[in-house]
Each structure stands twice: as C-alpha cells, then as structure tokens.
Design a protein around this ligand. Structure first.
Ligand SMILES: *Cc1c(COP(=O)(O)O)cnc(C)c1O
Ligand SMILES: [Zn+2]
Length: 399
C-alpha cells in the first residue's frame, strides 16, 4: 500500500511525496477491495500475530505496514463490553470499546503501532499527552530517538509520565497550533506521526474493524466517539467505507461525534450546516485531550457524519464530568473526561430518541482514567479508622 488519496477531490499521491492534498484537505491510504476480508475466512489471510495476542495485526492485509515491531505487536485487540448497568428500558444496547487497555492506555497506540512499524529512524509528535506518551513508549521499544513537542501549559505530572521513556522532550513556547504545520512542511529528518497523519489514520481505523467483526453477521446501528483533530473519526469512517465497499457490511453504522461545548469547532460547523470547519476560541475544559480549536481533519470528520447520517454533539462541562463519575461508579470503568463526552452523547441521543430501544451502539472509550487526576473523582469517601475497629466496622457494613 503506497498510494495516498484525498477523500474530497480524489487526487492521489505516492506515499512520502505530499503531507496534505493541494486542495488543503488531509490524505489517507488507498485500500483495494481485494485486500479487505475478515481474517480467518480465507486460509492465507493474516490471522496470527507474532505475540500470540489478539491485536490490530489481525487486519494486516488492509494496513500500510506488514508486521509489528516492538510494542506495536500489543496494540489493539481491545474488549467490546456490553454494559447493561448503563442501559435504560427505552434506550439502546450499549457496547463499550475499552481503548484504555492498549499498552499506553489510549487508542493512540493503534496509530503509533502502524506508523512506527512502517518508517525507519527517529519519530516525533506534537501532542498534549496521550499521543506523546504513546510515541515515546513505542520509540523506546524499538531503540529509536523520539522528539516530543508539548504545549507550554502541559502539567508536570504528564511530563513525568512521558519522560520515563527517555524521549527528547520539549515544552514549546509560542504559537503551539502552528507547530503541526511546521513539523510537516519542513524536512526535519524525523518522521512526525501527528494526529491525522495517514499512517496514524490507517492504524486507528482498526477500532472499527474490530467493532464490526464482533457484530458479524449483524452491524451496529451507531458508533459514538469523542473527536478532537478528527484523526480517529477519519479512521472509523475509512474502515466503514472499506468494509461496505468490499461487501462485508450491509449498512454503514451512523457515526456520532462528541465534543466538549467549551471547544467545539466541528459541532459548530455541523449546526451551521457548512462543510468547512472554522477555528474557534476555546475555553479551558476538563476534557483536555480533545481541546483542539483548529482541527486539521475537522472537515473530513464532518464529512464522515454526513455520509453516515450521524451528528456532532456539544457536551456541557457538567454533563461530561457527571458521565466520567457515572462510568466509574456504575460501570466500574475509569476514563478521562475526554472520553466520557461520548457516553454523555449517548444519553442525549437516547433522550431525543435518535438512539432507540432495540438499537446497538458501540461507544469508543478512547483512554484510561487511571493516568490522570480527574476533577470528577476526588476522594470524598476516605475514612480514618483504627486497626482495632476494623472487624466491627466491616461487619456493620455487611449487615
Ligand atoms: C487524542 C484523543 C482523542 C481525540 O482523537 P482525535 O483523533 O484527535 O480526534 C479522544 N480521546 C482521547 C483520550 C485522546 O487521547
Ligand atoms: Zn484534495
């Protein structure tokens, strides 16, 4: 797989010759219909993995990298958990895709795995957190240099987490938004695996392959995910297009995207009814991993929604904090507020009956909450107790 194509104008390029289409839109890898099949349905297909673990390499025939290197063998293959404790009588069946079980705790490992297995030499990224951690870890596993550029306001706790993998870690002063373009426009001798780079989108499409394979021979009615740069949403759309075009799914699930209301450029464009996403001025939100005010694949994410009859939702700050707490206390799942927006979107869609009883919705919980202090989970319930009082107290609780 060596050709990149523009979803919008159809212009194609060979891999490595263009960072974006001349029309301004992002590119992705072209996949031939013949490459698309369910693993295991024909004997020669790539169904086994070096690690013996179920991983995204199950779909190697549709990826631009042949075999995993280092930690990449452990990416993907995440659980899809039917979660009745979050369902209501007149709402949809809820299936949670637990992306926090990836090696560095977020879906970013899918894109990093494919990227690092395809390119040689030093790698880099421009990130606020999860992608930086992922690239640093995968570079460490393959004995590569990693250049990590984080924003000036990145918290110390996050920097320490990334630094344990020994990357070249820079906190950048100045216009952080422009860095995305800087790293693509200049020949720096380092491959930057940024949020919506074609290699990353290829890796991230595997989450939708996994969801659709789990539902065979049915198809979920909807897939709901948080959106920031639009890279993951692009990957999900790409997967559905590939599976549909090859005749492996009868219908395309509706794609619903969720943003924090405090930074919602894609949702604003959706409400305006335009196909172009314009930058917004954002306000601080607890959903730190999705506050991209000028998303590079925003228009492509919007196209995904229109093509599949979905929608883009803005989630109020209180609602995303409440959902973070509810996932932890009612489903036992710790997520960042950045993923809880997707569950909050499911609530809204159920209330408006856009998602109804009898429907199946897959919700992508993009990252683990165990990595971050969440404002919604401060420990309110710690009690001091003397050792001697433990037996009687515990007995009281159980009675
Ligand atoms: C990066 C990230 C997102 C957003 O993904 P995009 O591809 O940038 O749209 C959502 N949730 C979490 C936890 C992330 O780290
Ligand atoms: Zn184009």
């Amino acid at each position: 797989m060596d050709r990149l194509v523009c979803y919008d104008c159809g212009t194609s390029y060979s891999f490595g010759t263009a960072a974006r289409c001349t029309c301004g839109e992002p590119l992705w890898f072209e996949t031939a219909d013949e490459a698309v099949s369910w693993p295991g349905t024909d004997p020669g297909s790539a169904n086994t993995v070096a690690s013996g673990h179920n991983s995204l390499w199950r779909y190697a025939s549709v990826l631009p990298a042949a075999a995993p290197t280092g930690l990449a063998a452990a990416a993907g293959g995440t659980p899809l958990l039917r979660t009745r404790s979050l369902e209501t009588a007149d709402g949809p069946r809820i299936h949670l895709k637990l992306e926090g079980t990836n090696p560095t705790g977020s879906f970013k490992d899918r894109g990093t795995a494919v990227g690092i297995s395809r390119v040689d030499g030093p790698v880099g990224t421009v990130s606020h957190g999860n992608m930086a951690l992922s690239v640093a870890a995968h570079a460490a596993a393959t004995d590569r240099e990693a250049v990590i550029l984080v924003a000036e306001d990145t918290p110390e706790s996050r920097l320490r987490m990334i630094a344990q993998h020994d990357p070249h870690l820079f906190r950048v002063r100045g216009d952080y938004g422009r860095l995305y373009d800087d790293t693509l426009e200049h020949d720096l001798g380092v491959t930057f695996l940024n949020s919506d780079s074609p290699l990353r989108v290829a890796g991230q499409k595997t989450v939708a392959y996994e969801i659709c394979e789990a539902f065979r021979p049915e198809v979920p009615d909807a897939i709901v995910l948080p959106v920031s740069s639009g890279g993951q949403a692009s990957g999900v759309w790409k997967a559905l297009r590939e599976l549909h075009s090859a005749g492996l799914i009868a219908d395309m699930p509706r794609i619903y995207l969720a943003q924090a209301a405090r930074c919602d450029p894609i949702a604003q464009a959706y409400r305006r009814g335009t196909s172009q996403v314009d930058p917004v001025t954002d306000e601080p939100t607890a959903a730190v991993s999705i506050n991209n005010a000028d998303p590079p694949s925003g228009s492509r994410a919007l196209a995904a929604v229109h093509d599949t009859d979905g929608a883009v939702l803005s989630i109020a700050e209180e609602a995303l904090l409440a959902e973070t707490k509810r996932l932890a206390s009612e489903a036992g799942i710790s997520v960042e507020p950045s993923c809880a927006v997707a569950m909050a979107a499911v609530q809204k869609l159920s209330e408006s009956a856009e998602l109804g009883a009898g429907e199946d919705v897959a919700v992508v919980l993009t990252g683990s909450g165990y990595k971050y202090d969440s404002p919604a989970t401060e420990s309110t319930a710690v009690r001091e107790i003397d050792r001697d009082d433990v037996p009687a107290t515990v007995r009281d609780l159980a009675s």
